[in-house]
Design a protein around this ligand. Structure first.
Ligand code: FAD
Length: 410
């Protein structure tokens, strides 16, 4: 009998952890597993804001995928998915290659939602991938260097759109990064501005009042100009127009106003809702055979009205079930239903502070910052055991130089 082929699209949190599950549980020769990803490195999405501000080295954020896999059981293919033919059961890559599958997992992650605001797509910098956040950092360096030449203050006005989870994490890293950058370029820190623009009346909408107050005070103490209840109407390469009539001269808008499913998902011949693919209780895509979808690409309804949020926590828990469910499908066994267990949420504000709730306990400040590190370390543990945690902590291993090249990609 032909060996069944399992193909996994995307090596983010969802795709990689599912692959590890398959490696662990498939019997020798039971299936051929192929993991496809745009790059041969995995980036830790939850730390991309650090790449944007240059507060973490590239080798802390990126991990070489083949090093994470037992390559005798899994084949890794670097490639960009262009389409899927669900009738013929083929994945098409932009190189022209076609890969057959019997079981498919779509774990292609997220894209940035810009809500059609004029100029944002073209001019704002996005926290989306390693490349896009590297472009933010390179742009900041270019602005600092150019300011030394022309003293144009708009070059040192760094605006972050959105004071939700990701926006606050980005602002926190900028607070952390600015003193060092200013020393490097010999620019007084007082000449830089960090502006955080948020449409809601407070930072961190959805967090409890203590977290909101702690974060607001922290930003004020660090001279962040907080503009709540303010909407961005338009953005050009050198200015940001606000709904209060103000036009901010700034050559840097970092957009963290929201996410949606990968735009590729809407090009596939599948129903989508809110840019994501609806899945059933077993994480299978409805109406196509043997296709699963998890993480930010999937729309999993936790009740009639509400979907699970696009978080790493959800992607990891789904991956931990998706691997066994793919194996159950190919063995003709009963699949298990997905149940999400929310363990908490912690948003970092730079390295030294964070806010959130863990197992129902409200935390803030240094203790919360330590908890954030523990959460990140847990992910590395799931991925590569204690060895990977220690290696990343000590920054051992070769720096991944190919991805650190300057890029203008937004
Ligand atoms: P991703 O991790 O986005 O992985 C998708 C993979 O698919 C990537 O490797 C990508 O390169 C690849 N890919 C995309 N398109 C193609 C293509 N066409 N062909 C081939 N490969 C492709 N969540 C939390 O729970 N806690 C946090 O603290 C937290 N902090 C965050 C901080 C930031 C700055 C950001 C941006 C997100 C944060 N999140 C957090 C959300 C979390 O990162 C996402 O929910 C998570 O990454 C989703 O995992 P995923 O596997 O679905 O997708």
């Amino acid at each position: 009998m032909k060996t069944p082929k399992i193909v996994i699209l995307g090596a983010g949190y969802g795709g990689l952890i599912t692959t590890r599950q398959l490696e662990k549980s498939l019997r020798n020769g039971e299936a051929e597993v192929t993991l496809i990803n745009k790059h041969d490195y995995h980036y830790i999405s939850t730390q991309l804001h650090k790449t944007g501000a240059g507060t973490a080295s590239d080798d802390k954020i990126t991990l070489h995928i083949p090093d994470l896999l037992k390559t005798d059981k899994v084949h890794f293919k670097k490639g960009t998915v262009q389409n899927v033919d669900f009738k013929e059961k083929k994945v098409r890559l932009d190189s022209g290659d076609e890969i057959d599958y019997d079981y498919l997992l779509i774990s292609l992650g997220f894209d940035v939602a810009t809500f059609g605001i004029p100029g944002v797509e073209e001019n704002a910098f996005k926290i989306k991938s390693f490349q896009s956040t590297k472009a933010i950092y390179n742009h900041i360096l270019r602005q600092m260097a150019a300011y030394k030449e022309d003293s144009n203050p708009s070059r040192l006005t760094f605006a972050v759109a959105g004071a939700g989870f990701t926006g606050i994490e980005m602002v926190g890293e900028l607070i952390e990064a600015m003193p060092k950058l200013c020393r490097t370029y010999d620019i007084p820190l007082s000449e830089t501005r960090i502006i955080n623009i948020e449409a809601s009346p407070t930072v961190l909408p959805g967090f409890d009042q203590e977290a909101i107050e702690f974060t607001t005070n922290y930003l004020m103490k660090n001279n962040v100009e907080l503009m709540t209840s303010t909407k961005i109407l338009e953005c050009s390469p050198t200015s940001i127009e606000l709904d209060n009539g103000e036009v901010l001269p700034s050559s840097t808008l970092i957009w963290s106003g929201g996410v949606r499913g990968n735009t590729l998902l809407e090009k596939l011949d599948l129903p989508t809702s809110r840019g994501r693919i609806p899945v059933d209780e077993f994480l299978r895509v409805k109406a196509v055979e043997n296709v699963f979808c998890i993480g930010d690409a999937a729309l999993f309804m936790k009740d009639e009205k509400n979907a699970l949020p696009p978080t790493a926590q959800v992607a990891i828990q789904q991956a931990e079930l998706c691997g066994p469910n793919i194996i159950a499908s190919l063995r003709g066994e009963t699949l298990k239903t997905f149940e999400y267990h929310h363990k908490g949420t912690v948003a970092s504000i730079g390295n030294k502070a964070a806010v959130g709730k863990v197992f129902g306990l409200k935390i803030s400040g240094t203790f919360a910052a330590v908890m954030k590190q523990v959460i990140e370390a847990r992910y590395l543990f799931v991925l590569g055991g204690p060895g990977l945690v220690v290696k990343q902590f000590l920054k051992l291993g070769k720096p991944y130089s190919k991805v650190s090249a300057a890029t203008h990609q937004k």
